[in-house]
Design a protein around this ligand. Sequence first.
Ligand code: LLP
Length: 414
Amino acid sequence: MNTLHRLDGHLHLEGVALETLAERFGTPLYVYSRQALQDAYQAYDQAFAATPHLICYAVKANSSLAILNLFARLGAGFDIVSGGELARVLAAGGDPGKVVFSGVGKTVAEMRAALNAGILCFNVESVSELHRLNRVAGEAGKVAPVSFRVNPDVDPMTHPYISTGLKENKFGVPIAEAPALYRLAARLPNLKITGIDCHIGSQLTDLSPLADAADRVLTLVDTLASEGITLHHVDLGGGVGIRYHDEVAPDLAAYGRALAARFRARSEKLLLEPGRSLVGNAGVLLTRVEYLKPGEDKSFAIVDAAMNDLMRPALYEAYHEIVAVFQREEPAQRYDIVGPICETGDFLGFARDLAIEEGDLLALLSAGAYGMSMASNYNSRPRAAEILIDKNEIHLIRERETQEGMMAGERLID
Ligand code: LLP
């Protein structure tokens, strides 16, 4: 089902006209479709049905409690990278026994919280972290479940800021050093080896780097097994891309088949950490045109959303499709769509052909992933509200931030 569709020229998400939402809740406004979130999750579950698996949703892509709760109810596990994300997963009813904890900088306090919660495993990214985890677990009288994040040195062929599996990246331990680290982990008293993991990058549109990484990791698993180190799971990370513009998203079913062939004769469970591909195309960012500013060289449409609401264009020159919520009959004109923030980098899209007037609504598509979760208060702008649509039902899942709320933790001095 196409959850985003037009009825008599008016853009709807599921059964709700986006104009209604803008009038009721104001703009900028994030709007998500429950159906699209569920469909994306189920597409994964089905694609990997032939292999015993656990889908650990990467919380960083969109950490809103209602969305975490939906995935928890569908049976998902979670990939977290901070104590804050752990707290969110627990508050949303997620099962700590299905949580993997990634990230290069886990603090002592974060390790303690995760040990107390009883997570599935720590994805350890360095030898120092291993020693710290062993010590913290010992002090807590616990045994920490450990998986090493290995860096398979595969080029994911994506944007350099979001590739993570190359030698020069800060992530993971070099695959060649992994056997020695597993031997060390096996000797440390407060650790229990459970798995292995890798994550090579994000927004991959080609499956072959993912398959290459899987092969390198599985070769290592076999080497470890020959030394008597057996693993319970193999986590191949996230990274599956989505269609923003003219990309072709990888075929999940083909990825599922490729992994099924590799896992058929194996006993380890497959873990995946998808983020973007579960939420990216389930959400839009609604914004209103404040001013049209015609110019000699180019014309600007100044809207009420900005880089603080959706940072991806400013940060990665990422492309988000921008459409008018109501389709006018007039011929389109070319605009740069920019926000009100005092930065030249505050743009949402360049050279877009739109038939719009001041006061019209625009929708930025594919905004469900790394949109709200990367939003900031820059220029003292309150973060947007979030709405989850369920057929004809409208749920306000996060209120718009208030000026008072933004200043609440601040103090003046004498
Ligand atoms: N696992 C780990 C360890 C990760 O670091 C990430 C994303 C994921 C899973 C999920 O990857 P996904 O399935 O979403 O590709 N802010 C950037 C994306 C940064 C991704 C960081 N790590 C963007 O807006 O494109």
